[in-house]
Design a binder for this molecule. Structure first.
Ligand code: AMP
Length: 464
């Protein structure tokens, strides 16, 4: 088995790795680090949770240790699809670079340009950025990319989903042709293949096992829901989610609830809070400071339930989550793998429960095809409870309508049970008769106490 000390990393970097508590390199690290240190391009096909951040951060720190940055000309560039992921890479960088003197800047949206400009002006060794914000700085003339020696693209498949590929291509073309490229993607879609063929030069390709096949420590379940009425579907789904959280009791120490749409992230978080759960939302439309606060609180155990969208949660490193709830069946099957990968990390046990409505059948089948297994169906606790209630009812208890019929005193009239209800027309006729209107003079149904005027004809009444 490879040891970190076999990887030709500098003693200062190795010391930081030791301080982080890592004993042996993960497969992506064992494959990518030596190739990167040799100056080769790397194509890493790996997902989050495999240790891929260290697989590019460690060689980056090692290689940049010598040399100095010039104003506005970063020496290396790490591109990430989301702000959270960029912030996480920056955190990793701080951990691993604690024994060397390197400068970094984080360029993400939601933070003032002024502060970021100041850092760039001073000169940075490592620039960690989201593509949009990086190009904003470039267009404002504050940044030159001609000094970039190493460029890292992290989570390229997510960049593709988010429409960042043209930005990435542009950034590639702004950096020197001689740069070294470390490129990471969980999957190799044809568009990603095209980019790597265009911008990577004879890369070392390292592919690590898909998380879905690797993590056997995750218990997966799907609970089927059939709304009683269309307009009650959302409410019933939220009820079911609460029942599923409650069902696992104390075993559910903390959880991430995934929704497909941002609007549902907000609604579900609000609803859980209303019902006494410690929950908060995280999605791309929230202020950066708010997102960071929520995430920190979830990480340190202050917050129990994080309700999230895929983009916001992508790549988040949250060490131990006991449960993942898929409030919605994801429409991209790969997202299922990413979502459930938030639990059962590093050999721990985890549970992933998904709610599926009849409309989700197609997406559910696509997920099962991707992971190559059938997700066990679990009981719907609400439906089961209702069934039980029905079964517990004493047998003599007739349904209400029958009971009412049974209680009704029987009349002599044979018509009473079988006569059809009067139609509206029949009612109208009756009213016409009651009015008299010169048609029927005999008024029926008033007993002996009929006021005299009612018996009069219309003409007689008019005259009196
Ligand atoms: P990543 O795939 O980069 O998001 O890393 C997932 C998690 O694994 C993070 O919590 C890392 O701190 C941790 N990690 C990275 N490398 C190692 C290693 N060699 N041994 C143990 N844990 C690691």
């Amino acid at each position: 088995m490879t040891k970190f000390s076999d990887l030709a990393l500098s003693p200062k970097v190795l010391k930081a790795v030791e301080a982080a508590g890592y004993e042996t390199p993960t497969p992506i690290q064992a494959g990518a680090i030596p190739a990167a240190l040799d100056g080769r391009d790397v194509l890493g096909i790996a997902q989050t949770g495999t240790g891929k951040t260290a697989s590019f951060t460690l060689p980056l720190i090692h290689m940049l240790a010598r040399g100095r940055a010039r104003a506005r000309m970063p020496r290396s560039l790490v591109l990430c699809p989301t702000r959270e992921l960029a912030a996480q890479v920056a955190e990793n960088f701080d951990t691993y670079a604690q024994n060397v003197k390197l400068t970094k800047a984080l360029l993400i949206g939601g933070v003032s340009f002024k502060e970021q400009d100041m850092l760039i002006d001073r000169g940075v060794d490592v620039l960690i950025a989201t593509p949009g914000r990086l190009l904003d700085h470039f267009e404002r003339g504050k940044l030159l990319l001609t000094g970039v020696q190493i460029m890292v693209v992290d989570e390229a498949d997510r960049m593709l989903d988010m429409g960042f590929i043209p930005d990435i291509e542009r950034i590639f073309s702004l950096t020197p042709f001689t740069r070294q490229t470390l490129f990471f993607s969980a999957t190799m879609a044809p568009e990603i293949e095209r980019i790597t063929n265009t911008f990577l030069s004879n890369p070392e390709r390292i592919e690590v096992a898909r998380q879905a096949t690797a993590s056997e420590t995750i218990t997966q379940e799907v609970v089927l829901i059939k709304p009683s009425r269309r307009d009650r579907a959302a409410k019933e789904k939220r009820e079911l989610l609460r029942a599923l959280i409650a069902k696992d009791g104390d075993a559910c120490t903390n959880a991430i609830v995934f929704c497909n749409r941002k609007v549902d992230v907000d609604i579900v978080a609000k609803s859980l809070k209303k019902h006494g759960y410690d929950a908060a939302a995280i999605h791309g439309d929230l202020e950066q400071s708010q997102r960071m606060k929520t995430l920190d609180s979830f990480r340190d155990g202050g917050l129990k339930i994080l309700v999230a969208s895929d983009v916001a949660a992508r790549g988040l490193d949250i060490p131990s989550v006991s449960h993942v709830f898929n409030y919605d069946v994801p429409s991209h099957s790969e997202d299922y793998v990413h979502r459930i990968g938030r639990t059962g990390r590093a050999g721990r046990d985890g549970k992933a429960i998904m709610i599926s409505a009849p409309a989700d059948d197609k997406n559910l089948a696509a997920i099962e095809k991707l992971i190559d297994k059938e997700i066990p169906r679990a009981d719907n606790p609400i439906a089961a409870e209702e069934k039980q209630k029905k079964a517990d009812k004493p047998k003599t208890d007739k349904p209400k309508s029958e009971k009412a019929k049974a209680d009704k005193p029987k009349t002599d009239s044979p018509k009473s049970d079988s006569a059809p209800e009067p139609t509206q027309d029949a009612d109208r006729n009756k009213r016409g008769k009651r009015n008299g209107r010169g048609r029927d003079k005999d008024v029926v149904g008033m007993g002996d106490h009929m006021p005299g005027f009612i018996a009069m004809s219309f003409d007689e009444r008019k005259a009196s």
